[in-house]
Design a binder for this molecule. Structure first.
Ligand SMILES: CCCCCC/C=C/C(=O)SCCNC(=O)CCNC(=O)[C@H](O)C(C)(C)COP(=O)(O)OP(=O)(O)OC[C@H]1O[C@@H](n2cnc3c(N)ncnc32)[C@H](O)[C@@H]1OP(=O)(O)O
Length: 396
């Protein structure tokens, strides 16, 4: 049912759509050389990431190459300071657009995103960064978990895929939250995304290449996995903070209603395109969102697919505070460090008082949502919507 040829990754015919291909040998050499000549970049992790760039087993796709190029320029030169290339200089124009698209994010922030993307592509952490990260580097594949100064940081780490959540990543997040809840050295957990996205929600590839006769089993397994995933957020006993560093989609938005604080950069957006995908609400949002923002505002998101800006999400109570993009990491760090040093038992008992008021209702909502979704995933509407996502990609 979901059989569809994954589109040809990138054609090499040259400029296509908004994607520009660094497809000549010269351009590729320039691209790789660029990684070696940062000007004044001092951060060891940045240096390590530059070195890693040249050891990647698989060349990144063009979108990611442009992102790496832009972040490198921003990290070493600051905001784009060159004139826009001429209309026929396709490659120069695409690179200029990628760089100028970063606006005025700080060199530090650009360095951090550069490191995250490259280490995400390399699939492991640079030794320098592991050291810097503190006591424990993650032993996970699609998230990065570090614990330092009582803070457990969970980084969604598939930047090349906008941190879309695979079956494996669902399980890893459940595992990381369970581990953080039992670790007495941890008093607060934070979830954020690598690269320019917070998370693009469920990986639509989860439903691909499944034999029609196995679909009912896929739907049953997906229902059970989703139920466990959302339960982990409902029952997490310590403060859980979301650091929404960029656009958030689908289930990564709905579970935010189960967090204790959500900080968003002013570049973040919040989108739950469920009915466009032939699907339905999850993450307890069918219960939490009407309580947070009223029925009509909740329906605007969950039924009518309205994408919210960070400020709109804050006005509706889904986001605690919107912070400037270029100081986002620092600002969130200050807030998290304050929470981390509070008397942990007092904080946990305070959280339990609030959560116990509606814990039962949340579990009921979760069960109901998972049941409905099991049926949705087998529906023609859902199949068609997911197929068209990948078919559209194939056309680009
Ligand atoms: C246990 C099961 C539980 C299921 C729970 C129910 C959950 C429901 C949801 O979460 S519904 C929401 C699902 N998410 C989406 O519909 C988003 C789909 N993605 C997009 O619309 C776009 O990718 C984008 C707007 C997020 C970003 O667009 P753009 O900036 O143009 O980047 P690209 O599209 O080129 O993305 C780069 C790269 O990543 C791949 N990708 C991005 N998001 C997803 C995704 N959700 N699933 C699979 N793949 C994704 C995209 O295909 C590109 O890959 P490529 O380079 O083409 O190989």
């Amino acid at each position: 049912m979901y059989r569809t040829e994954r589109r040809q990754k990138y054609d090499t015919s040259g400029f296509s759509g908004q994607r520009c291909l660094l497809n000549s040998r010269v351009q590729r050499t320039q691209f790789l050389h660029m990684g070696r000549t940062a000007f004044g970049a001092h951060d060891a992790a940045f240096e390590a990431a530059k070195e890693r760039l040249n050891t990647l087993k698989e060349e990144p796709d063009n979108n990611v190459k442009l992102q790496i190029y832009a972040l490198f320029k921003q990290a070493t030169k600051g905001p784009c300071n060159t004139p826009k290339p001429g209309a026929f200089d396709f490659v120069g124009r695409a690179k200029w657009q990628a760089w100028s698209g970063l606006g005025d994010i700080s060199q530090d922030e650009a360095q951090k995103q550069y490191i995250d993307i490259i280490n995400g592509l390399a699939g492991e952490e640079s030794p320098a960064e592991t050291e810097q990260a503190g006591e424990e580097a993650s032993s996970y594949k699609e998230i990065k978990v570090t614990k330092e100064n009582k803070v457990c940081s969970i980084l969604l780490n598939r930047p090349a895929k906008k941190n879309a959540i695979t079956w494996l990543m669902y399980n890893e997040i459940v595992q990381a939250l369970d581990d953080a809840s039992k670790d007495d050295s941890v008093t607060v957990a934070v979830i954020t995304g690598a690269g320019d996205y917070y998370c693009s929600g469920n990986d639509l590839g989860n439903f691909m290449n499944i034999d029609p006769k196995d679909m009912p089993k896929m739907a049953r397994d997906g229902k059970e996995l989703l139920r466990r995933f959302v339960t982990a957020f409902i029952d997490f006993p310590k403060p859980l903070i979301g650091a929404v560093n960029g656009p958030a989609v689908g289930v990564s938005v709905t579970v935010l209603g189960l967090f204790d604080a959500v900080y968003a950069t002013d570049k973040a957006t919040f989108h739950t395109p469920f009915t466009e995908l032939g699907q339905s609400a999850e993450g307890c949002s069918s219960y939490v969102f009407p309580k947070l923002m009223g029925n009509t505002k909740a329906n605007e998101m969950l039924l009518f697919n309205k994408k919210l800006t960070a400020h709109e999400a804050c006005e509706r109570g889904l986001v605690t505070e919107v912070l400037p993009h270029d100081s986002f990491q620092k600002e969130v760090q200050t807030r998290v460090e304050y929470v981390a040093q509070l008397p942990p038992q007092s904080v946990r008992e305070g959280k339990k008082l609030v959560r116990d008021q509606e814990r039962e209702d949340l579990h009921k909502a979760n069960e109901k949502e998972c049941e409905v979704l099991e049926g949705r995933w087998l529906s023609e509407e859902c199949v068609r919507a997911i197929m068209s996502f990948f078919t559209k990609k194939a056309r680009l």
